[in-house]
Design a protein around this ligand. Structure first.
Ligand code: ATP
Ligand code: MG
Length: 495
């Protein structure tokens, strides 16, 4: 069209039009895929490996007339012959409709509203997470907000779909059909639905073929999907690490944008990053996670605490706890974030304690350790949920160390009775394995904690009464701060 009002104005109008068109462009979220049904004879999933409570949830929903499937990671793992660590269910029932069908069901989450159906109590309780099929995101129709979840908490409560300036999803509670729900999931191998009743696996994005080809592939445009939710960067690393032993690798187009997208993580609330980091480190593939981060060139810049873990991975105490965590998970034993972080940050605590001494602070040994523990926790562990209990548990393990090493006869019963004695003792044993504490001391505590009668206990008590060296100096010796044992890792008990 000819422009009569001058070149500059004309280009201004054109640029304005282009920007307007760009802002109003339809969402580039992945298009829904073609429904494929894979029969049991082809996928070979053994229905008896599905958790009976997940089966019950699916059954209850289906009998009430809703669609319901086991979904996501559980289907992926069943297909690969791995025992799923949890079972998620997806349905076309709304959270309120789900809640009404179960005696103990709770609607949780704001960003994503889902239902927790709870079975059993205490240690044996099991939660089946039930999510309602979500509609495809239409970024053009979403409420655009500056800031993040925290800065707009109130406003966000009123909307069901909102994104921030970069396209990151802040609210996502618009329900839709299953094919749209599938397109909303992250990787193709995580987007399959299994109906235990018919035995059919429903697949919209070639997840079954990718599982066979041992490929971790993002659904849709990977860079855009990382932008929508930057935590997917960490999830990509997690699945690459988890499935590395089975020969899986990230598809090139899924791997390529990872590095450029790490800066987006700066805007994600630390609690979410912390939870995702713990999944990297506490779901049985901690060592593989560290290696994968290094291989992908992501050992720095994801999350400060994770960067720190990776940078310390060669420290015997850190390697020790990561290996131990992997072993425990493989054996089905429980693991605690506080214990892992206490091990990871222990070298920092010792350095901080020695620095206090070197700076001329005249503190009693336990006071110095306590002050160092607080400093390290404060500076390394950010504002994460459950921070109070996490900090208290870590402190307890750290401050128990000098007492465990000294073995004062009058404090033995008190230590054994402490609820976190086991964690404190495991920590001591790990330190002994790293050459930081006398092995005999760890062996003594092992024997003491396993003693079954008074006679055995008396014999052990006698040992520490008679061996001042093993029992540690009865009077705490003052030590000047600064120098310690090798590598600045002086044992607190040396004091
Ligand atoms: P795991 O075995 O470690 O639990 P998972 O695949 O089940 O792995 P979850 O975090 O339990 O992972 O999530 C369940 C499912 O929800 C995923 O399989 C995926 O389909 C979907 N999902 C979870 N987080 C995201 C996300 N950030 N973006 C898109 N889809 C997601
Ligand atoms: Mg899961």
């Amino acid at each position: 069209m000819p422009c009569s009002t001058g070149g500059a104005f004309c280009s201004y109008l054109m640029i304005k039009k282009l920007i307007k068109r760009w802002l109003a462009r339809p969402s580039r979220s992945p298009a829904p895929g073609q429904r494929t049904e894979i029969p049991a004879t082809e996928h070979g999933i053994d229905p008896s490996r599905v958790d009976r409570r997940a089966l019950e949830v699916v059954d209850t929903l289906q009998r009430a007339g809703f669609e319901a499937y086991v979904v996501g990671g559980a289907v992926r793992d069943l297909l690969l012959g791995i025992t799923p660590k949890d079972f998620d269910v997806a349905t076309n029932a709304t959270p309120e409709e789900v809640k009404r069908l179960f005696r103990r069901a709770f609607i949780i989450g704001r960003r994503f509203r889902i239902v927790h159906v709870v079975y059993g109590r205490g240690r044996d309780h099991e939660v089946i997470e039930v999510s309602t099929f979500r509609a495809l995101l239409d970024a053009a129709n979403a409420k655009r907000m500056s800031g993040n979840e925290r800065s707009h908490k109130r406003q966000l409560e009123q909307v069901s779909h909102a994104v921030d300036a970069s396209g990151r999803v802040l609210r996502d509670n618009v329900w839709g059909p299953q094919n749209e729900d599938a397109a909303r999931r992250d990787f193709t191998i995580n987007a399959m639905y299994y109906d235990p009743r018919s035995g059919v696996v429903v697949d919209y994005h070639g997840g079954f073929a990718d599982a066979k080809a041992k490929q971790i592939r993002m659904i849709g445009d990977a860079a855009l999907r990382y932008r929508e939710d930057p935590v997917r960067v960490l999830r990509a690393v997690r699945f690459a690490a988890k499935l590395a032993a089975l020969g899986f690798a990230l598809a090139p187009a899924t791997r390529r944008p990872l590095k450029a997208c790490t800066s987006l993580l700066a805007d994600v609330p630390p609690s979410r990053l912390f939870d995702e980091m713990m999944k990297l480190l506490q779901t049985g593939h901690a060592m593989a996670s560290v290696q994968t981060l290094e291989q992908l060139g992501l050992s720095k810049g994801l999350f400060a605490l994770l960067d720190h873990v990776v940078s310390r991975a060669d420290h015997p105490m850190v390697t020790g706890v990561l290996q131990d965590t992997d072993r425990r998970v493989a054996a089905g034993k429980p693991v605690a974030p506080s214990y892992l972080l206490a091990c990871v940050l222990w070298p920092d605590v010792l350095l901080a304690r020695d620095a206090l001494g070197a700076a001329g602070r005249r503190l009693a040994p336990l006071e110095a350790l306590s002050a160092a523990a607080d400093d390290v926790f404060q500076s390394r562990v950010g504002d994460v949920s459950g921070r109070g209990k996490l900090g208290a548990d870590m402190r307890e393990v750290w401050l128990m160390q000098p007492r465990l090493e000294r073995r004062l006869p009058r404090s033995i019963d008190g230590l054994l009775a402490q609820p976190r004695f086991r964690a404190g003792f495991d920590f001591l044993r790990l330190r002994a394995q790293c050459g930081e504490v006398d092995m005999d001391c760890a062996a003594w505590w092992e024997a003491m904690s396993q003693a079954t009668n008074a006679h055995e206990r008396d014999l052990l008590m006698e040992q520490i009464r008679q061996q001042p060296a093993a029992g540690g100096a009865r009077k705490p010796r003052r030590r000047r701060g600064g120098g310690g044992s090798k590598g600045g890792q002086a044992s607190p008990a040396a004091e």
